[in-house]
Design a protein around this ligand. Structure first.
Ligand code: DI6
Ligand code: FE
Length: 392
């Protein structure tokens, strides 16, 4: 396939990597050439003239809890009446209420509910998603969630990377350490043995796991040869971001309460900051992630939906880009890098996220003439077409 007369935002390099009248040659699911039309040598293949439409790398949603059952619209109303997210969690709602719904769902029901959300994501230009477990909190359901995540990639044209998030909440009636010993860590080993785990995640927070408990999870991840990432400094400063950096984490995520010292630690470790404005917005948070400190320290910033039934019931990655700009003053260029090049890094993927010869041909074609339009519109879906592995 040959895409001609496109406005290319290759995202290859520090900025957009704009090529105003560009072309892309695709063979065997890979990009074999990308550049200016005037440099395109004669080729044979199916030519698609894009009439100046914008082409970007396929979007990558690098932080989702898209596999889950049920919804928490009731808690949404409770929070609007003044109850806090943490209060609801301590009273047995929150994550635990989704755990109950997910345990009760059959594999077929879980997949059907999940695919409806995945379809909404793909309709907005996404070609790769990360999917976390964490609504099982028992081995059986954690594994069922991860099997469901793997099935997504068989049912739809999308790449899936899984993260084991057994350390998401402490089941009532147990201590955190007892839960890690009896359920979470054996569950991680079992899930890994079944080939279900690409990375290991945790929730480092007052209502979840402390630093030393997260470190126990990371130690097991290391013995299994798995990369780590962490929900860190979302609701309070707990030192999770620096801990993640110390363990060479792919990413630290949320980060509203992160400090300049965290930013420096993350920069030197190459840990990506995953910014999740949907959760900030939904929880009416007022503490902003230290974007300027990340920028100054040279931390790569990714942007994701955090698609989950509690703090971010959102399936639109372009909306997350808009929120990252309007709420956090990220630039549209940073937002697009955040859902392409930097999102790939947050997942440890080296073959996508930029338009360059040798990369997978995962592309999004937009009814737009400049990449800033993707962040600028609110809730719009200017997607014209998606190309996944070279197939339209
Ligand atoms: N932080 C989040 O924002 C999600 N998980 C987490 O650790 C929320 C999960 C939920 O409320 O269901
Ligand atoms: Fe999350």
């Amino acid at each position: 396939m040959i895409l001609t007369h496109a406005t290319l935002a290759t995202m290859d390099g520090p900025g957009y990597g704009l090529i105003p009248d560009g072309g892309v040659v695709i063979e065997g699911g890979r990009i074999v050439w990308a550049g200016a039309m005037r440099d395109l040598s004669a080729r044979t293949g199916e030519v698609r003239n894009l009439d100046g439409r914008l082409v970007t790398p396929g979007l990558i949603d690098c932080h989702t809890h898209v596999v889950h059952a049920g919804n928490r619209a009731g808690e949404f109303a409770q929070r609007l009446n003044g109850e806090s997210y943490a209060d609801i969690a301590r009273a047995g709602g929150g994550i635990m209420s989704t755990v109950a719904a997910t345990r009760a769902a059959s594999a077929t029901e879980l997949l059907a509910e999940t695919l409806a959300r995945v379809d909404a994501m793909l309709a907005q230009g996404v070609t790769a998603i990360e999917v976390k477990s964490g609504y099982g909190l028992d081995s059986e359901t954690e594994l069922a969630m991860l099997r469901c995540a793997r099935t997504i990639a068989e049912e739809r044209q999308v790449r899936v990377r899984t993260s084991f998030l057994g350390a998401h909440a402490v089941p009532p009636g147990m201590t955190a350490d007892a839960y890690l010993d009896a359920i979470c860590l054996p569950g991680l080993r079992a899930a890994h043995a079944e080939g279900l785990v690409d990375a290991v995640d945790g929730f480092c927070e007052g209502i979840a796991f402390n630093i030393s408990q997260i470190e126990r999870v990371f130690d097991v991840a290391r013995t299994l040869g798995l990369p780590v990432k962490l929900h860190a400094e979302q609701l309070s400063a707990r030192g999770g971001a620096t801990l993640a950096a110390r363990h060479g984490a792919l990413s630290a995520d949320h980060l509203e309460y992160a400090t300049e010292a965290d930013a420096r630690a993350m920069a030197s470790a190459g840990t990506v900051a995953v910014i999740l404005p949907g959760a900030f917005y939904t929880l009416r948070e007022t503490q902003m992630p230290p974007i300027a400190a990340f920028r100054a320290a040279g931390v790569a910033m990714a942007v994701a939906t955090d698609c989950n039934p509690g703090s971010s019931p959102m399936t639109s990655l372009p909306l997350a880009m808009n929120m990252a700009c309007t709420l956090f003053r990220m630039t549209p260029e940073e937002a697009l890098a955040g859902v392409t090049r930097h999102a790939a890094r947050a997942l440890g993927l080296a073959d996508c996220g930029v338009i360059r010869a040798g990369m997978r041909a995962d592309l999004a074609i937009w009814d737009a003439s400049h990449p800033a339009e993707l962040s600028y519109r609110i809730g719009a879906t200017p997607l014209f077409a998606r190309i996944f592995g070279g197939h339209a």
